[in-house]
Design a protein around this ligand. Structure first.
Ligand code: ZN
Ligand code: ZN
Length: 358
């Protein structure tokens, strides 16, 4: 934590800002170790004054988790006045607030309470450190991904004609939680048959039938870190068109994995998969980016997409997930999670990818 605060304070100095106010949940966890909501961090550019402001419910927990911070009980309407008083005492005039995270209402109340201090939007800069994962962070993600692999194997034995999407999602969640996942990275997606054309389908009471493809997209959460994987399987032999889009999706993912590594932009990797799908005539049916960063948030920077200007560097963790979605007919997505290394990448997902016909 200390190293992270040092890096943040050097960014404050670089931008000639005196104090950072941090209220986004995962940034709070990243910089302080605090795992609950309802807190605000105040970090001075000297790194000598770090406060975690919360309320009665979390004081004891904050004392245990946040050794580098002074814990302050100043909830709700007392937060603004405490920040102002502290900034005045430290002679701090320019204050960063997390413009990407707070509501307009909170911003307005800060503006009133902190007058005449200067509130400056931080433009997401404190989150940028989270782009590069440390070995510990990668290990949490690796553990989450490998538990998800086990969940996939488990759920294959559960899928049969007549079982509903909702039942599959529930069984999978139960397995993951019972085997050590703190929670889900996001609500599990189970999309069968025609529902497969909805990239973010919610599981329904629809029962799985012979000949359908089933897309399962899910992730675990371990020590706050997420995993994310997708596999599409078939129950009985699928029709020719579904098998064809499966093979095209798989090949496009392989092409992206052949090139992915340090030095490439998200645009270049996305393009590698997108060009192939487009050449096969399905470009308009691959309507989302190829991948996204994964860490404390399941969707974070960097992006692999037509807008993904970030250059990939060792330590970044990204999903690689091409998909083809045919409205009214069905769809396929295949998603792995990779960590960028010095000489390429390490795939954290090991479940097989040839089409499994149950
Ligand atoms: Zn996913
Ligand atoms: Zn994903």
């Amino acid at each position: 934590m200390k190293k992270r605060i040092d890096k943040l304070t050097s960014m404050l100095n670089e931008h000639q800002v005196d104090v950072a106010i941090i209220s986004e949940k995962n940034n709070i966890r990243y910089y302080s170790g605090f795992t609950s909501e309802d807190a605000v961090l105040l970090i001075h550019r000297s790194a000598c004054y770090c406060y975690l402001i919360t309320d009665f419910r979390y004081i004891e927990q904050a004392h245990m988790q946040c050794r580098d911070f002074n814990v302050v009980d100043a909830p709700g309407i007392k937060t603004g006045p405490f920040i102002k008083e502290t900034c005045m005492a430290l002679n701090a005039k320019r204050i960063w607030f997390d413009s990407d995270a707070i509501s307009f209402r909170t911003y307005t109340s800060y503006k009133e309470a902190l007058h005449p201090l200067e509130l400056i939007p931080d433009r997401g800069i404190p989150s940028r450190l989270r782009l590069w994962k440390t070995e510990d962070e990668i290990n949490h993600i690796r553990n989450a991904a490998s538990l998800a692999d086990k969940g996939f194997l488990h759920i294959l034995g559960y899928i049969r004609p007549g079982v509903s999407e909702r039942e599959i999602a529930l069984e999978l969640e139960f397995f993951l939680r019972r085997n050590g996942s703190d929670g889900l990275a996001f609500p599990i997606i189970v999309a069968s048959g025609k529902n497969g054309s909805l990239p973010h389908a919610e599981p329904t009471d629809k029962k799985i039938a012979e000949g359908e493809l089933i897309t399962l997209d899910f992730g675990c959460r371990i020590s706050g870190y997420c995993s994310d994987m997708t596999r599409t399987v078939a129950l009985g032999e699928p029709d020719k068109e579904m098998r064809e889009i499966y093979e095209i999706t798989l090949k496009s993912q392989q092409l992206a994995l052949e090139v992915i590594g340090p030095g490439l932009t998200g645009i270049e990797v996305d393009n590698q998969a997108r060009e192939y799908i487009t050449a096969k005539g399905y470009g308009q049916y691959f309507g989302h980016g190829l991948g996204h960063g994964v860490g404390l948030n399941v969707h974070e920077a960097p992006r692999l997409s037509i807008n993904g200007e970030n250059v990939l560097e060792p330590g970044m963790v990204v999903s690689v997930e091409p998909g083809i979605y045919l409205p009214g007919r069905g769809g396929v997505r295949i998603e792995d999670l990779v960590v960028i290394t010095e000489d390429g990448y390490d795939n954290l997902v090991s479940s097989r990818k040839d089409l499994i016909v149950l």
